[in-house]
Design a protein around this ligand. Structure first.
Ligand code: NAP
Length: 309
């Protein structure tokens, strides 16, 4: 039986564990040749061994698929270039990059350290930019040489970023930045035959097992948070079938598959040049504006949240 991604060459970053591992396994089961990237570190970004990626590669080979392990740090400029070159040299091309690698260093704004801020911004934002940048340059070169592409970039955002979650100003800012990066890169890359989309996943993994009671879920609720539910939309986005979809952020868990509608302009009024006249105008805007969404997709309420004026 033919697979949805037969012969396509896909890099999955952070694919040694959690959500990325499921992406790599499903992509391979649908015929993709996979570069399984994983730093081999701890959830806070420290440490480094190559074994999780190698284990996934062995699993893929065991089911008759093709894969190669890569241990580069995706937030390193040269490391990302090596990873992209490895795909091109090993499998003779590159069709998709799934930017999934990530770390957490949660802390309230009042206590967050510079190091916690920098580490999260680096791994998520630069770790999305750098692999995308090398892949984009490869696809542009091919276009200039008269070749055609059916390229894909699939980024990993989060409801924590696009809707907001206390304790995660660093992580949420990076994830909202990744959503913005996705929209802009989609506009830039269309001319090269490349789509750029993102997912906002939810799953029980090493990253979330200690968050908000996730680790104690049981039965059906636990099964609905298996990371295996995220891989189908990512596998489809990597396939040739998704060529018409770009610049979108898909929410995916075992409970829902949805599209986040992102920022859109709300009510507008004639501007005034006197700050003393702004108050009543803002009151009018607040009365008309739709409330922000919470992480469950419902209007936000509660202290510190944008409530009716
Ligand atoms: P996870 O189980 O901790 O997996 C993260 C993976 O990223 C690990 O395999 C890790 O490798 C790898 N990684 C970290 N830094 C890296 C680097 N600099 N270079 C290469 N690989 C690196 O977490 P997960 O839950 O599967 O998260 C996957 C993605 O989904 C992340 O971007 C996360 O922010 C996002 N996300 C997850 C959820 C959720 O509910 N789980 C929700 C929203 C968004 P090592 O372990 O070997 O270091």
């Amino acid at each position: 039986m033919s697979g949805l991604c037969d012969g396509r060459v896909v890099i999955v970053t952070g694919a040694g564990r959690g959500i990325g591992r499921e992406h790599a396994l499903m992509l391979a089961s649908e015929g993709a040749k996979v570069v399984v990237n994983d730093l081999g570190g701890e959830v806070d970004g420290t440490g480094g061994d190559k074994s999780p990626a190698q284990q996934v590669v062995e699993e893929i080979k065991g089911m008759g698929g093709e894969a190669i392990a890569n241990g580069d740090d995706v937030s390193d400029w040269e490391g990302s270039q090596r990873m992209v070159n490895m795909a091109i040299e090993t499998f003779n091309g590159l069709d998709a990059v799934v930017n999934n690698a990530g770390i957490l260093r949660d802390r309230m704004l009042t206590n967050m350290t510079e190091a916690e801020w920098d580490a999260v911004i680096k791994v998520h934002l630069k770790g999305t930019f750098a692999p995308s940048r090398w892949a984009a340059a490869y696809w542009r070169e091919r276009t200039k040489a008269g070749e055609t592409n059916d390229g894909r970039i699939i980024n990993t955002s989060s409801v924590s970023g696009i809707y907001g979650n206390p304790g995660q100003t660093n992580y949420g800012a990076a994830k909202a930045g990744i959503a913005a990066f996705t929209i802009i890169a989609a506009q830039e890359m269309a001319r090269y035959g490349v789509t750029v989309n993102a997912i906002a996943p939810g799953a029980l993994t090493r990253m979330t097992e200690n968050l908000g009671g996730m680790g104690s879920l049981e039965g059906e609720a636990r099964e609905a948070m298996s990371p295996r539910w995220i891989a189908p939309i990512v596998t489809w986005l990597c396939s040739a079938e998704s060529a018409q979809v770009t610049g979108r952020v898909f929410e995916a868990t075992g409970n829902i598959l949805g599209v986040a509608e992102m920022w859109r302009r709300g009510p507008v009024l004639e501007p005034v040049d006197d700050p003393k006249l702004i108050g009543p105008l803002v009151k009018e805007l607040m009365a008309q504006a739709a409330p922000n969404s919470d992480m469950g997709g419902k209007p936000v309420t509660g202290p510190g949240r944008p409530t009716p004026y």
